[in-house]
Ligand binder design. Sequence first.
Ligand code: UD1
Length: 429
Amino acid sequence: MTSYLVKGGNKLSGRVNISGSKNAALGVLAAAMAVDGPSVIENIPQVIDISLLLDIFRDLGAEVEMVGEDAVRIDPRTVTSSEALLESVRKLRGSYYLLGAFLGRFGKVRMYLPGGCDLGSRPIDLHIKGFESLGATFTMEENGVVSLEAKELKGASIFLDQVSVGATINIMLAAVHAKGMTVIDNAAREPHIVDVANFLNSAGANIRGAGTDVIRIEGSPHLAADMTYAIIPDQIETGTYMMMAPLTGGDITVENVIPTHLEPLSAKLREMGVTVEEGGDTIRCYMEPGAKLKATSFKTLPYPGFPTDLQPQAVVLLCGAEGTGRMIESIYENRFQYIDNLRRMGANIICSGKLAVVQGGNPLMGAPVEARDLRAGAAMVMAGLIAKGETKVQNVYPIQRGYENFVRKMRSLGADISVEGPEAVRPAW
Ligand code: UD1
């Protein structure tokens, strides 16, 4: 088990290069399996979730080859089976995109239910409802195997009862091969939905409205691919580093980012008294001399609302702010599990259902804590940055799943962080 040891008290300052978006990469890589030719995908983050997915592709018979520092070439033409009965499918939430990709391409798919971070119940009923609307028959087999089959997929009007990133992408992946027009209503609008749609359109699909809540997809029997495509920068990695500047009283510039994707966070940081300067592809965050970090209220919402994936980091920021802050988690039922760890460090937080009330300014003390999930793990490291003494963040595997070169980037900004136990090797693509 690997732990990170963080000694608090350092101000984090400098420039940090943001990697490609993990969540966009999971969707675009699955889209590369849904098309009928090879493609080169650039700006892929070297994180465990991505190497797990690429291993699944290889096991399924696809040709997967590294063609540069952060680029991979995928040729799905050698895939012969639409069955993904591999243990690694269970370890990764993003593997669920194979349902849409294979249902569209082969007209059938069998695979294990996906895994992922434990944030409470994470059903896929909306995905299934969408596939059924397209004409697929769904069977839940024994041992958690999901099976979908369709003689022919036909375009349909699909209303999502709840805004879901995964269901929107999955339905899009299947619908690009359906006969006729599919309309997804109440679609999610996250930047990575636009990224997946852009990839598919570059391969010859006809998807309009991605980034709005109504997406129209005119299906085509054949999608040529044979192209190079670059993944967007990681919105959540960007937001995590942005918050470290006001938290520690430092001055951080995130580079290679799309500032509009961070608007929900930038607006909140400004409310808290942080100076946020947006450039073409950079954002600089710092506190003016004499400015104080003030508490505010947050509510997580689908994009363009405040992202749930920045919720634990924002709660830590509230711990370092003056006054009483509030966080309402409206996406997941169980995303405050990490708060016990913060309390152990001295944080004054009261939780009731979907609400956490944070009394800022209580000094934090280093303590052994755990990376309960990917984003909560990053938040624990952030808490360590302002804690007195040493914080041991144990079992950091979830952090390694989603943050590229986390320790190296943190050190380059001036954090005192070291690794106990085997550091994740660079994922072998
Ligand atoms: C994606 C992101 C995840 C992020 C989440 C919300 C990926 C790989 N993961 O997850 O990091 O936290 O969006 O921004 O991109 N729901 C249902 N039925 C469904 C599907 C979802 O009830 O069939 C519910 C979920 O339980 C949750 C909400 O809808 O409460 C939103 O989930 P969704 O947007 O689907 O999240 P994911 O795609 O799993």
